[in-house]
Write a protein that binds this ligand. Sequence first.
Ligand SMILES: Cc1ncc(COP(=O)(O)O)c(C=O)c1O
Length: 485
Amino acid sequence: MNSWATWGQDLHLDLSERRARGLGLRAALEDALREAAAGASLAPGTRLPSSRVLAADLGIARNTVAEAYAQLAAEGWLTSRQGSGTTVADRAVRRGGSAPAPRSPDAALRYDLRAGRPDLDLFPHAEWLAATRRALASAPRDALGYSDPRGRIELRQALADYLGRVRGVRTDPERLLLTSGYAQGLSLLSAELHARDGSARGGRPLAVEAYGLAPHRAVITAAGPATVPLPVDEDGARTDLLARSGAGAVLLTPAHQFPTGALLHPARRAAAVDWARETGGLVIEDDYDGEFRYDRQAVGAMQALDPERVVYAGSASKSLAPGLRLGWLALPVALVEPMRARKAAADGQSGVLEQLALAELIRSGGYDRQVRRARLHYRRRRDRVAALLAERAPEVRVTGISAGLHAVLRLPDGLPGGLPAEEVLVERAYRRGLGLEALDSFRHPLTAPDGPDALPPSLVIGFGTPPDRAFGRGLEVLGGLLGGE
Ligand SMILES: Cc1ncc(COP(=O)(O)O)c(C=O)c1O
């Protein structure tokens, strides 16, 4: 007896195991089909093979299959229609099927002004397709096999050139590691730091900015180290306080602090590098949107101050799309081999097709064009946000807007009849279909909400995400909300 049915798709129906449990042939088939229809292996609407074909595939009598189909149709798992064969029923009509999942609150957001997401309409579909085609046509035969865990040399070479030219990063292809997004790079680095510190002894914590992404803090702690907050002000993270943090490494967003938008002051950059040199510590530079500076020439990467003490981390999530999961680390020499081994142990290597396509896009100049196009687009949006706020809510101070895809709106305090607290505004915004976040939601749990390191009540507005058609309307709703309507 066979256990594979093949009719355009493969389906594993394990009858022998059920037979071994004492089920008759028809009962075994019914049970296997029921399980497949109830779980993920047969999606609603899937057309099943005819009873003749399935019987032949499984090496059993056609009647047995026809009877099993009839039984499952009677139970509501399958739908049989004259002329259109047998299909898997919709989950809603299945007897005993689960209720539809509750709608996530995000589904109700008509205008998404949350930070950290790019406008996906900007993705250069035609250029990406053309780059993929060219990359595949010229790729050596072994490109589709297992390759160096650090990633394809084509992309490491293209990135080393690009990052040197555009961000002033001092690296070479041998020191680049391609990861599944920045998130994986952060995870592997955190695990390596923890192991070096003696994880059995608890290890030293990793210092992070007191305001930052909770998911990234979760990536770090899942890999081992605890995190400690470093206060943040208008000059970026207080790296002058690193010495007393007890940390063995620090994660910074120097070009555009996430989420306050501050540019790390040159003295603070120097302080972080000095600290790393004196203590054998490491700085991780998250350059997530370093290409999107509007007020002047982009500020070069901090990594150039000391490539043996600063790991540079970049990602295609803002410049192209987060779904590509393309990230890169420019590593100090001493970390190359251990990190290559960690990447190999984590997942072997990242997928090569995207790597080859991005290499081709960078080499052909398409990536530079895309970055320029995106920068212009976001700059226009930023100007619209600034103009709207100046007109509708002049008492709101806008900061962090000279770079990146988001801004921070400092709410005025003490205004008679003024604006309510940030959480109330966020809640009101959600009720109007507008997604935005309170600055407080990015606060590290060890930074007290009413302590000296807490930042004043503010909203964080992302202007990257909505498609053009929703952006203008979203701004209107925001204007109304801040104007007290
Ligand atoms: C602060 C920050 N760092 C890094 C990233 C990139 O992360 P990833 O490459 O894992 O998508 C993002 C999101 O785009 C971000 O907001």
